[in-house]
Write a protein that binds this ligand. Structure first.
Ligand code: ATP
Length: 367
C-alpha cells in the first residue's frame, strides 16, 4: 500500500492554545504512526496576539501562504483581550483566514450522546446529533470594521450573494447525504432565515429552494431563526442539517455549544472549495491559560473532523475511519466520567485528558 502524506499547518495560537495543541498533536502523531495508509507532517506557524505583542506583526504573510499551501489547517485559539491593534480592534488572524481562503461553510456539529451531561434532560432514548452550517464570509459580518457611525445614527450592511449562497447550500445538501449514508440523520436540510421580514432572506430562501429541487432524494424545509432558537431547546433531536446566515449562525452555534454542556466540547470546521480550518469554538480563555486545566476535547473533536474531511477529499478510508475512531474515543472518556476537566465538574489536568483519550484509542484497537 502506498502511504499518502499530508501537510498540516498548525497555529498553536494564544492563551490556552499551546496547552491544548500539544496533546492534540500527540494523539494525531500516534494515530499516523500506526497507519500504513497515511502520514501527517505538521508545520508550526506563527500568528496571533502574543506574536503581535512581541513583534508588532499579527499574521506574517509567510504563515498565510504556508497555510494556503497545506492540505489542512489546525488552529487552537487566537486573540487576547488586552492586546489590540492601534484602532482598538482585536487580533483575530482566524477571521482573516476565513476571508482570505474563502471558507464559506462554518460547520458546527452539536452532539449529546446518552450519558453525556447537558443542561437539557433528554427523554429516554433521545440523542442530539445535528450540524449547524454558518455561512462565514458575508451576511451581517460583511461590513465588519466598515460600518458608519455618525452623531445620530449607525449603519452596518448585510450582504448575501447568489454565488456564495449556491456553494453554501450545495455543501449543506452534500453533508446531509453523507450523514444519511452513515445512518446519522434522515437526510434533511433546514434553511434558517427571517424571510418573513427581510427581502435579503427571501432571496436566500429562494436560492435554497432551487438547490433543494436538485436533491429530490433529500428533505428540505425552512424555519425562522427565532423559532429555531426555541426548538433547539425544546426538541433538538428533530434537527439534522441546519444552514444559515453568518450572524444568525454565530448566535445559534453558541446555543449549540450550551446544549453540549459548554464551549470545552464544541468543535468546528471552516470549509471552502480548496482549504479548511479546524478549530474549537471557544476562544483563547486567558483567564485559565498556563494552568494545565483547559478542556482539550473540543480541539480533539476538531482534529477528528479534520481527519474525516481529509479522508473524504482524498478518498483515503483509513483517515475517515481514524477520524471516527478519535470521536468515539472522546465520547468514551466523557461517558466514563472519570477524567474530566474543571469546566465539566472534574479535577483532571489538560494533559491527563489527552492520555485518557490515547488509552481509549489503544483499548479500542485490542477489542
Ligand atoms: P472569543 O471572543 O475569542 O471567542 P470569548 O471571550 O468569547 O472568546 P473564551 O475564550 O472562549 O471566550 O472563554 C469564555 C469562557 O469559557 C472563559 O471563562 C473560559 O475560561 C472558558 N473556556 C473557554 N474554553 C475553555 C476550555 N477549552 N476549557 C475550559 N474552559 C474554557
Amino acid at each position: 500500500m502506498t502511504q499518502a502524506e499530508f501537510d498540516i499547518a498548525v497555529f498553536a495560537g494564544d492563551g490556552i492554545g499551546p496547552e491544548i495543541t500539544r496533546p492534540t498533536l500527540e494523539i494525531l502523531r500516534a494515530m499516523a504512526a500506526e497507519s500504513p495508509a497515511y502520514d501527517l507532517r505538521f508545520k508550526d506557524l506563527p500568528a496571533g496576539a502574543t506574536l503581535y505583542r512581541d513583534t508588532g506583526e499579527a499574521f506574517p504573510a509567510d504563515s498565510l501562504s504556508q497555510a494556503r499551501a497545506a492540505d489542512a489547517i489546525l488552529l487552537s485559539a487566537m486573540g487576547l483581550p488586552d492586546v489590540r491593534y492601534k484602532d482598538g480592534t482585536e487580533i483575530s488572524p482566524q477571521i482573516d483566514l476565513r476571508k482570505e481562503l474563502q471558507l464559506f461553510a462554518g460547520v458546527r456539529p452539536v452532539r449529546v450522546s446518552a450519558g453525556q451531561a447537558s443542561p437539557l434532560t433528554l427523554p429516554e432514548g433521545r440523542e442530539i446529533d445535528f450540524v449547524l452550517i454558518r455561512e462565514s464570509t458575508e451576511g451581517l459580518f460583511y461590513s465588519q470594521g466598515a460600518g458608519t457611525v455618525t452623531e445620530t445614527e449607525a449603519r452596518e450592511t448585510l450582504l448575501i450573494t447568489r454565488e456564495v449562497s449556491e456553494k453554501l447550500f450545495e455543501f449543506a445538501f452534500a453533508l446531509a447525504r453523507e450523514r444519511k449514508d452513515e445512518g446519522r440523520g434522515p437526510g434533511r436540510v433546514t434553511c434558517v432565515d427571517k424571510a418573513n421580514v427581510f427581502r435579503a432572506f427571501a432571496f436566500f430562501r429562494e436560492i435554497f429552494d432551487a438547490e433543494a429541487a436538485r436533491h429530490p432524494d433529500l428533505e428540505a424545509n425552512h424555519a425562522y431563526v427565532d423559532a429555531t432558537a426555541l426548538w433547539m431547546v425544546q426538541k433538538p433531536w428533530d434537527f439534522d442539517v441546519l444552514v444559515t446566515e453568518n450572524m444568525f449562525g454565530d448566535i445559534l452555534s453558541d446555543l449549540g455549544a450550551g446544549l453540549m454542556g459548554g464551549l470545552g466540547l464544541a468543535p468546528s470546521a471552516d470549509i471552502g472549495l480548496h482549504n479548511a480550518v479546524f478549530q474549537p469554538c471557544h476562544g483563547s480563555a486567558p483567564d485559565i491559560a498556563g494552568q494545565n486545566v483547559a478542556n482539550p476535547m473540543a480541539m480533539f473533536l476538531s482534529a477528528a473532523m479534520m481527519l474525516e474531511w481529509l479522508g473524504r477529499k482524498h478518498d483515503n478510508a483509513a483517515l475517515v475511519a481514524d477520524g471516527a475512531r478519535l470521536r468515539h474515543a472522546v465520547d468514551a472518556v466523557l461517558a466514563a466520567g472519570v477524567v474530566r476537566t474543571r469546566d465539566l465538574g472534574g479535577q483532571a489536568a489538560t494533559d491527563e485528558v489527552g492520555r485518557a483519550v490515547v488509552r481509549e484509542l489503544c483499548a479500542g484497537k485490542t477489542q
